[in-house]
Design a protein around this ligand. Structure first.
Ligand code: GUN
Ligand code: FE
Length: 439
């Protein structure tokens, strides 16, 4: 795939430099030079006059969206089995489906559909769980690389509390497969990177976590997992780890909780959900710079609860959004933006009347710069950012009076416009597809 191009795109531009402030420009140019955003301009500056211009006049242009947490193998059963809580849902829906990925021909079929759909979504950057299966994980990485998106993909580690056909036979076997996976993919991809993925504490013995810590330090890998999602899960963690002061402490004991390495390297971590985190856990999440992946649809579908995101923002913590396919039923991060706003209103009304609801602008910030920070300078069209952009045609949402650009974007999001197809997507300076000009 041709990478890091130079061009400009023209349209009605909308992004957030700060979490409560829009930057918008109508009929303007967003300029990309060898993959890096040069900023947005009312007129195309002289020094870029020779760049090709993609004309999307009248359409909305936003940064590519960031999905900090999703399970690629669960895409096949999204929107089904939504009547269960987390632990029963894992046992009855999720584990039987994930076991199928031992069969590479099934994995190929399912991951090809997944990659094709996610390529055509508004998501530019994603952090993905695969399954425990090494070969299928490599296949998913191949498919993701072919999309042109930027992703982290993790081979899942799980050596306890799962059916025999999904549980790895020992901590040693799990660690060995992880090392083999890292060996097989070393240097193979430009846009697809590995991330350590202990599924969650109930799935991982202390022996396995200790081995993953060694691998993490040797390969300098980030980590993704689940944290304090559901009350049933949390009670089980207390049973399994009586010595842990709180759930996150069980990861932190093995350096898998975003802690800074004493030398030059840091190992960032993403923890999905954080619905029921205690005071101590919140403090450690903040002190260790852990990214919270807020997954409002999943937290609703699996009756997990409502994460206190206002509190996390007031604490200056890293927060992004996750679809959590298939706890969440859709890969649309624009839908997640609306869900984040809606559940924050319920939290405010029903749980804590001091927790002011999120605005649409704040939630959009989480979907762009908030989660984007995990990838570096990602999630904005301001100068110096990695250039990723999505084009939306909202002309079908006819209206009898003039709307501002943020009003148009908000209505596009609440109307699930992206579910009917986006016009074009650019990721890290590369055009992935353009339905407007290829007609
Ligand atoms: N906790 C452990 N595994 C999972 C999973 O697949 N989905 C969700 N939502 N939570 C989990
Ligand atoms: Fe999840």
């Amino acid at each position: 795939m041709n990478t890091k191009q130079s061009f400009a795109i023209k349209g009605d531009i909308c992004f957030c430099k700060m979490k409560d402030q829009w930057t918008t420009m109508k009929n303007a140019y967003a300029v990309c030079e060898t993959g890096i955003s040069q900023g947005v301009f009312a007129q195309l500056p002289e020094q870029y006059a020779h760049f090709p211009v993609y004309d999307f006049t009248g359409k909305l242009i936003i940064p590519g969206l960031v999905d900090l947490h999703m399970h690629a193998p669960q895409y096949a059963f999204r929107g089904m089995g939504m009547d269960l809580e987390l632990m029963d849902w894992l046992g009855q829906q999720t584990f039987p489906e994930e076991a199928k990925y031992a069969d590479l021909s099934y994995a190929d079929k399912a991951y090809t559909i997944f990659a094709d759909n996610i390529k055509h979504s508004a998501t530019s950057h994603a952090c993905l769980f695969a399954t425990q299966h090494r070969a299928a994980t490599e296949l998913l990485m191949d498919r993701m690389e072919q999309t042109g998106m930027i992703s982290f993909v993790g081979k899942v580690n799980m050596d306890r509390e799962a059916p025999d056909n999904l549980r790895e036979s020992s901590a040693e076997a799990s660690a060995q497969e992880t090392l083999r996976w890292l060996y097989e993919i070393a240097g193979k991809y430009q846009r697809t990177k590995p991330i350590l993925t202990p599924r969650f504490i109930p799935s991982c013995t202390p022996e396995l976590l200790a081995k993953l810590q060694i691998i993490q330090q040797e390969y300098k890998l980030p980590v993704q997992s689940h944290l304090s999602e559901n009350t049933g899960e949390i009670a089980f963690v207390h049973e399994l780890c009586p010595d842990a002061r709180f759930y996150g402490d069980a990861y932190d004991a093995y350096g898998l909780f975003g802690r800074q390495h004493p030398k030059e390297h840091t190992y960032p971590a993403i923890m999905a959900h954080c619905v029921h985190s205690t005071e101590e856990e919140i403090k450690l999440l903040r002190d260790n710079g852990v990214f919270v992946a807020h997954c409002p649809a999943s937290n609703t579908n699996l009756s997990s609860g409502i994460a206190p995101i206002r509190r996390y923002l007031e604490n200056h913590m890293h927060v992004g959004l996750g679809s959590d396919i298939a706890g969440g039923h859709t890969e649309s991060i624009l839908r997640a933006v609306c869900d984040a706003v809606q559940v924050s209103k319920l939290y405010w009304r029903l749980v804590d009347n001091g927790a002011v609801p999120l605005t649409f602008c704040e939630a959009f910030y989480l979907a762009t710069k908030g989660g984007g920070a995990f990838f570096g300078s990602v999630g904005s069209l301001e100068r110096g950012y990695d250039f990723s952009a999505v084009v939306l045609d909202d002309s079908s949402l006819r209206h009898p009076f003039a709307l501002t650009i943020p009003q148009r974007l908000e209505r596009a999001a609440y109307s699930a416009l992206d579910a009917y197809g986006i016009c074009a997507k650019f990721v890290s300076g590369t055009l992935l597809f353009d339905r407007t000009h290829s007609k």
